[in-house]
Ligand binder design. Structure first.
Ligand code: HPA
Ligand code: ZN
Length: 356
């Protein structure tokens, strides 16, 4: 049955009941385009790696650590997130981290993931690319072979550090270029506008990397504009504050610029008061190419399927059409090969056709 006012090939999904939509959200093929691999470091693994590496932690146990995850803003989270990274010392540690996440993502029917990693949070501790890159490459290969999960790594710049530091990081990344698909920009947004990294992104784009940047999470709509016009990004990470600027909203819709929105992250970091008040439905209704992602699932209480199903449970305005759009957008907005994307979209459509 094919009748939808958007695209003729889409399954007719208008009559699907809520429980069926929730099920489809969970079992459909999807891409995760905004996840920090260091943000998948679960408290249990922090304790296991601390013990393995002889690192002492200022928490009695896993429960005490989890209790500390009560954030008031982005910076209060980042302080704990960077502290958590300190247990990552050896190639085996980074492999265990990435492989654990890939297995978890596959259970959510993620077929493509483009994880960020933060080299500067490791090189500053004396842990270099030669330690974490072989681990990331091996884990990605195993994910492809054993889970059918396609992986494209995005090297991310810490925006609270200098442009010079970022340029040095890019030099160190150069030998590993074949294993990278993109450059990103994360960490403390306020006071660190995209313009600070114009030369870094220009060089990265010359190196053949796709460009993305966190913008409009805590920062103003002007930072989204800076990411578009100065860094020339192909996706905006978060971008939820774009809704404060009608002209920017129109542009994002017109250009079909993907937004990688992370609902549970936005709640945990007090960007929005709760899931029921998240502006994702408005962004979708305005025609923006929105995707749903987990950001730092070990810290924010949920992986990608949790983000999708909890948001839908909290927002009666979200139904089958929005669910299908979010899933399809995630596949379309990925940097995977066109042939792979077409295959995943065909699988998605087959699944939804079966359901109606
Ligand atoms: N925002 C900025 N920097 C980050 C985030 C985030 O949500 N997660 C990890 N680093
Ligand atoms: Zn993020």
């Amino acid at each position: 049955m094919i009748s939808d006012n958007l695209t003729p090939s889409r399954p007719d999904i208008t009559a699907l009941p809520v429980e069926r939509v929730a099920h489809l959200l969970r079992v459909s093929p999807k891409a995760e385009l905004h996840v920090h691999i260091e943000g998948t470091l679960e408290p249990e693994l922090i304790f296991a790696l601390a013990q393995r590496n002889g690192v002492s932690l200022p928490y009695a146990d896993v429960e005490a650590l989890r209790k500390a995850y009560a954030f008031t803003d982005l910076q209060s989270f980042l302080d704990l997130y960077y502290a958590g990274c300190d247990v990552l010392r050896t190639e085996q540690d980074f492999f265990d981290l990435a492989w654990a996440y890939f297995q978890r993502a596959a259970r959510d029917h993620v077929v493509r993931v483009e994880p960020f990693f933060d080299p500067q949070s490791h090189t500053a501790r004396g842990v270099g690319f030669e330690v974490f890159m072989p681990a990331f490459i091996q884990a990605a290969q195993r994910a492809q072979d054993e889970l059918g999960l396609s992986v494209g790594w995005i090297v991310s710049v810490l925006r609270h550090l200098s442009e010079e530091d970022a340029l040095q990081m890019l030099d160190a990344a150069q030998p590993w270029l074949d294993h990278l698909i993109g450059i990103g920009l994360d960490s403390s947004e306020r006071g660190n506008p995209p313009e600070k990294f114009s030369r870094v992104f220009a060089r990265a784009r010359e190196m053949g990397l796709h460009a993305v940047a966190h913008a409009g999470e805590e920062g103003p709509p002007a930072y989204v504009l800076g990411a578009l016009d100065v860094l020339k990004v192909e996706r905006i990470d978060h971008g939820v504050r774009a809704s404060e600027d009608p002209a920017l909203m129109q542009r994002l819709a017109r250009e079909q610029m993907p937004l990688t929105v992370c609902p549970l992250s936005n709640v945990r970091l007090c960007v929005v008061p709760d899931l029921a008040q998240h502006n994702l439905p408005q962004l979708l209704a305005a025609g923006l190419k929105v995707t749903v992602n987990s950001d730092d699932p070990a810290y924010f209480g949920g992986y990608v399927n949790d983000n999708l199903t909890e948001l839908f449970a909290a927002q009666p305005a979200l139904g089958a059409a929005q669910a299908y759009a979010l899933l399809r957008n995630s596949l379309e907005a990925s940097f995977a090969a066109d042939g792979d994307k077409a295959l995943w979209i065909a699988q998605l459509d087959a699944q939804w056709r079966q359901a109606v």
